[in-house]
Design a protein around this ligand. Structure first.
Ligand code: PMP
Length: 393
């Protein structure tokens, strides 16, 4: 049996991580994998999360199984954070999942169960794992244009032109904020136009929200999602707690499904079923931490302040990089770096230029020239700027 197996293409970003670790040079800069790092290159445990962890440790009396769909207090806290106070609980079904990846997967599975012939529409480009999962599932998908390589901003006309072809019941996958890999995001007016189009076509939005709080703020980053949720009858939202709570390895995510009040019970039932068939109970620990942080006023205030520091720190680095490139090129052609939001920017370097920066400067970025802004610090910003110019970007 095992001799029938074929090696699978390695995940490019994870392979890059390995290459970086193996590089013996002292002066190397890791702008690859999407993990937040502070100025010392560390990924700290957020203090509010650490305190919540201690509280859980002190109060927990059993490790018996918990909820199959997840913890109701986690669902309620997540729904409020994502959809805002007064969210329509009577229309909402929730599933705790193994990270945001699990939420995406379960969202695709739910859609496929409901309508096996569905087509999923993804932005070009998108997070590569979206494509990999859809391919693995044998799920039909198409892409819509999203990014204008020249201006490094959203090509909204092209996006809307492509989305005109969606059919009733198709799933349109949108990044809620902080688009990965480009860093280019829709304005609220553009979200409104997308909602119009979805209404007219009867296509169903699925929003991947992996970076709430990393872009313009917790509330601001949910604005597009909330607008869609307020207008469309059926909406899927795959939220990740990995980045904004810094609990990557706890594998904590939540799939929220908004529909008709009449279909809620069956939807909730099918969500539980999907967990049961895949891994049975979802991880508990991360849910407990997030629920505690979000519902305890002191912990919440501490977490929000720390998240805000993370967010503004990345904005400062963006500005510093854009300023440095403005100085070096005597032009505004890299100003998009300061306009982008979230952890990533696609810089627009060719694969050859990316390889050159890795070989000559020890600067590691994804092959499509996506950089993790949080991988920079005030010392490495000038190195990156210089390397970009020397590589001819
Ligand atoms: N969606 C997007 C767009 C992402 O960038 C990520 C993380 N890289 C995820 C989902 C899932 O993250 P996780 O499974 O680690 O929560």
């Amino acid at each position: 049996m095992l001799n029938n197996l074929k090696p699978q293409a390695p995940d490019k970003i994870l392979a890059l991580m390995g290459e970086y670790r193996a590089d013996p040079r002292d002066k190397k800069v890791d702008l690859g994998v999407g993990v937040y790092k502070d100025a010392d290159g560390k990924t700290p445990i957020m203090t509010a999360v650490h305190k919540a962890e201690k509280q859980v440790w002190d109060s927990e009396t059993t490790k018996s199984y918990a909820g199959l769909a997840g913890q109701p207090e986690f669902h309620a806290a997540m729904a409020e954070m994502v959809l805002g106070k007064g969210y329509p609980a009577d229309r909402l079904a929730c599933l705790s999942t193994v990270g945001g990846t699990g939420a995406c997967r379960m969202g695709f599975e739910l859609a496929r169960m409901a309508q096996p012939e569905t087509t999923v529409w993804v932005s070009d480009p998108t997070w590569p794992n979206h494509l990999s999962i859809l391919n693995f599932m044998g799920q039909a998908f198409k892409s819509y244009r999203y990014f204008d390589a020249a201006s490094r901003s959203v090509d909204f006309d092209a996006m809307m032109a492509d989305l005109k072809a969606v059919k009733k019941g198709d799933i349109v996958l949108l990044h809620g904020c902080c688009h990965n890999p480009t860093g280019a995001n829709l304005t609220i007016e553009q979200w409104g136009a997308v909602a119009d189009l979805l209404e007219q076509t009867g296509a169903i939005p699925m929003i991947d929200l992996a970076y709430q709080g990393f872009g313009d703020g917790l509330e601001e980053d949910a604005a597009g999602t909330r607008l869609i949720a307020s207008r469309l009858p059926e909406v899927l939202i795959a939220a990740s707690c990995s980045k904004n709570f810094g609990i990557y390895r706890e594998r904590t995510g939540c799939l929220m499904v908004l529909g008709d009040a009449a279909t809620r019970a069956v939807t909730q039932d099918v969500l539980s079923y999907l967990n049961r068939q895949t891994y049975s109970f979802p991880p508990y620990h991360g849910q407990a931490l997030v629920a505690r942080v979000l519902t305890d006023p002191a912990l919440r205030a501490e977490w929000e302040a720390e998240l805000e520091e993370v967010r503004t720190g990345m904005l400062d680095l963006r500005k510093q990089l854009a300023d440095e490139l403005r100085r070096l090129t005597n032009s505004d052609r890299f100003d998009f770096v300061a306009e982008h939001r979230g952890m990533f920017s696609r810089l627009g370097a060719t694969p050859e230029q990316v390889a050159k920066m890795k070989a000559e400067n020890g600067i590691y970025m994804v092959g499509d020239s996506r950089i993790n802004i949080a991988g920079l610090n005030t010392k490495s910003v000038p190195l990156l700027a210089r390397a970009l110019i020397d590589a001819g970007v």
